[in-house]
Design a protein around this ligand. Structure first.
Ligand code: PAF
Length: 281
């Protein structure tokens, strides 16, 4: 596996592969890789002749410098994992490679970016949309994969690909979970033992909501109430938001629809965790 630090070199390697008729598959990440990332890599690799992964802790998508500094980083063990997975190219640029001095151009997916995560983390999705657009421009993948855990991010990426007419197929893969149901996330390593234990209440809350829906509850109030009761029983978790929204605009819905997204964000100590489930009726 080649580790590429420069955008120009990455662009050259990827465009040479395309010119040779190869299908380029891409998984953008911020590193601290886990089984969720591995699933994305394997899925893309199944379809691609050349598999590229990026590891870039993108400063513009963090609201606080502290969160950015605290984000887990371990390039050498990530690289070892990607070698074992048969990845061809790892793009690992420094911030000033992705953001030249006085960079003044950003990508904003209006509307979708201001809700849920965007409301709690203003500017977050502008950073995500900008860096994903830049990465797509550098790697020019035929196919790229994202995780459903970041459901809003996946929708925003699909929307920017549609609106900017980018020629990339976006795959969204199911959330990978630990044995106790907690969604895999690079941030999980930041949790203390008790916080990690408390985090189990998140999938339990989603399951309680799903069980209420299965038992015939249709009203948002009843479904959210079932989840809130579970979360409320865990004193180490502080709820940021819990909402039942439609899957296209992410607007709150009063009743279950054919497909409805239940989204949750909590703080465990200073670590923010998100999760979601799609309820079908
Ligand atoms: O999901 C992530 O790891 C990041 O938001 C992404 C898509 C790599 C953009 O920095």
């Amino acid at each position: 596996m080649d580790i590429v630090r420069r955008a120009r070199a990455m662009r050259d390697a990827c465009s040479a592969a395309r010119a040779a008729g190869k299908i380029v598959g891409f998984v953008p990440t911020m590193g601290a890789l886990h089984e969720g990332h591995v699933a994305l890599v394997r899925r893309v690799k199944a379809q691609a002749d050349l598999t590229a992964v990026s590891i870039f802790v993108n400063p513009t998508q963090f609201n606080s410098n502290e969160d950015f500094t605290r984000y887990p980083r371990d390039l050498s063990s990530d690289a070892d994992l990607l070698v074992r997975e048969g990845v061809d190219l790892l793009f690992a640029p420094e911030p000033d490679e992705m953001y030249p001095p006085h960079a003044a151009t950003f990508v904003e997916v209006a509307g979708l970016s201001d809700k849920l995560e965007g409301k709690s983390r203003p500017g977050h999705f502008r950073g995500v949309a900008t860096v994903v657009t830049k990465l797509f421009e550098i790697v020019t993948p035929h196919v790229a994969a994202f995780g459903q855990k970041d459901a809003q991010q996946a929708l925003i990426v699909k929307t920017l690909v549609r609106d900017l007419m980018l020629n990339v197929e976006v795959l969204v893969l199911p959330t990978k979970r630990e044995a106790d149901g907690v969604a895999m996330s690079s941030r999980n390593v930041l949790l203390g033992v008790e916080e990690r234990r408390a985090a189990r209440a998140i999938p339990r809350a989603l399951e309680a909501a799903a069980a209420a829906a299965e038992a015939g509850e249709r009203d948002a109030g009843g479904i959210l109430g079932a989840a809130r009761t579970v979360l409320g029983g865990e004193r180490l978790l502080r709820l940021d938001y819990l909402e039942l929204v439609d899957t296209e605009r992410l607007d709150p819905v009063p009743k279950l629809q054919k497909e409805t997204l239940l989204v949750v964000a909590v703080f465990a100590g200073t670590t923010r965790l998100i999760d979601n489930i799609v309820l079908r009726s």
